[in-house]
Unconditional design. Structure first.
Length: 437
């Protein structure tokens, strides 16, 4: 990976793209520290220090915003509205025929879907911004903080509207910065901003583990967590690269005096075909009951049960439900993102077939069978990786502060591998000598 970056800096046009991307990243990180109007910054800092990273309800969104959510800055919502809008549009593509037709139109249809995603992102930013401001005003954002009710001193309607507009504008600016990286930088803009947001929380999380440790002033725990993190990164890289290659052959066809086809290729089916989406779905679904209890301030029996079993990430009920939801959403997302019948029809249309399998319906059934077989280990792998911070490292006092687990490690490794592949592909396009050997 380091070799690819070193070679990229030696290429003038790639060096410009890397420096441009670095400038966008710096601007994004600066924005995560600029508070919005109407917020008492000293009270926010005091509540953040008292919370000590124990905001489990908002932990997922805070991670995707690079810690800006609990700081209530202009980039407080981060790229979470865009991620949510993208997932919603991807799910609706299967349900709404118009979106499915746009997806099949190629670049023009993709541009139209991207425009819809932008509109939906702004709408979600308004809703989430309003909810965040209302939560901050009521003092529920930092439950237990002594000055939580004074985070927003002025509670008139004009101040509230200005705060929501600032957050929505910040989300739109983040979306624009991501598209700039995609167009003029090294590509994959939104994923890189997500990578930076998560990586920005690593130093503080690691240092908090060191301060909470008892052995050799915490350095033993610090080194152990680093070693476990490196092992987990290697494991995730190994599984993310694993794939089942389905061989495909294309029969020769005579068109006029020319012969077409006769080539051999393969269909790559990844073990983790669903990526990190099942973990995000499961986390969001488990947050909903806890959020309802927090906003309602109910003391009924069901509310106490939710606090003890769902809001507490170390509870056995929470662990079991989290694991089962990840497995379920892994199969669900693979089912809607990969259509074996469509792949089989396209292969049949162009004269392709799997050796030993008849074209058409038998091919679709075979692809569905193989996909279900490899989704099982992929879903179990996702569930185990997501539960590492809760189960294996609770003894270090890490819990929510542990950086090398769950959603964070999957996104960090996935985006890192994809970025390196893009840089290497661009280097190969400029290194014609390798093609001529």
């Amino acid at each position: 990976m380091l070799t690819a970056f070193a070679r990229a800096f030696k290429t003038p046009d790639l060096r410009k793209k890397l420096l441009f991307t670095l400038g966008i990243v710096v601007a994004y990180r600066v924005g995560t520290h600029v508070p919005i109007p109407g917020v008492d910054y000293k009270s926010v800092q005091q509540c953040v220090d008292e919370a000590s990273g124990n905001q489990s309800l908002f932990g997922l969104i805070n991670m995707f915003s690079g810690g800006a959510l609990l700081q209530i800055t202009i980039f407080a919502l981060g790229i979470m509205p865009y991620i949510t809008a993208s997932i919603i549009l991807q799910l609706l593509t299967v349900v709404i025929p118009r979106l499915e037709a746009l997806k099949k139109e190629g670049q023009a249809g993709t541009a139209k879907i991207t425009q819809y995603t932008r509109y939906l992102t702004v709408a979600l930013a308004i809703l989430q911004g309003t909810g965040l401001v209302a939560t901050a005003r009521s003092g529920s954002l930092f439950s237990g903080c002594s000055v939580a009710s004074s985070i927003v001193p002025n509670r008139d309607i004009f101040t509230t509207i200005v705060m929501v507009i600032c957050m929505t504008a910040g989300t739109a600016l983040v979306m624009w910065l991501g598209e700039l990286i995609t167009d003029r930088g090294i590509g994959n803009g939104m994923s890189i901003l997500m990578f930076i947001s998560i990586a920005a929380t690593f130093p503080s999380a690691l240092w908090s583990i060191k301060k909470q440790g008892d052995l050799a002033n915490g350095w033993i725990e610090f080194g152990t967590v680093i070693a476990i993190g490196l092992v987990m990164v290697g494991l995730v890289v190994f599984v993310e690269q694993a794939q089942r290659r389905i061989p495909v052959q294309y029969a020769k066809r005579m068109i006029g005096r020319r012969s077409y086809g006769g080539t051999s290729t393969y269909i790559p089916l990844k073990v983790n075909q669903a990526g990190v989406i099942p973990v995000i779905f499961a986390s969001s679904l488990l947050y909903i009951p806890a959020l309802i209890v927090q906003f309602s301030n109910s003391t009924a029996g069901w509310a106490n049960w939710v606090k003890q079993n769902l809001a507490d990430t170390a509870a056995p009920v929470h662990i079991a439900l989290y694991f089962l939801l990840i497995v379920f959403f892994a199969f669900f997302y693979v089912a809607i993102s990969f259509n074996p019948e469509e792949v089989a029809d396209n292969m049949k249309k162009y004269g392709g077939f799997i050796p030993g399998i008849r074209a058409g319906r038998p091919t679709a059934e075979y692809l569905s069978y193989v996909l279900n077989r490899i989704t099982w280990p992929g879903s179990l792998y996702l569930g185990l990786i997501a539960l590492v911070p809760t189960m294996a490292l609770a003894g270090f006092g890490a819990n929510q502060n542990f950086p090398f687990g769950g959603t964070s490690i999957l996104i960090i490794v996935g985006v890192g591998l994809e970025t390196v592949k893009q840089i290497e592909s661009q280097l190969q396009q400029r290194n014609y000598e390798g093609f001529l050997r």
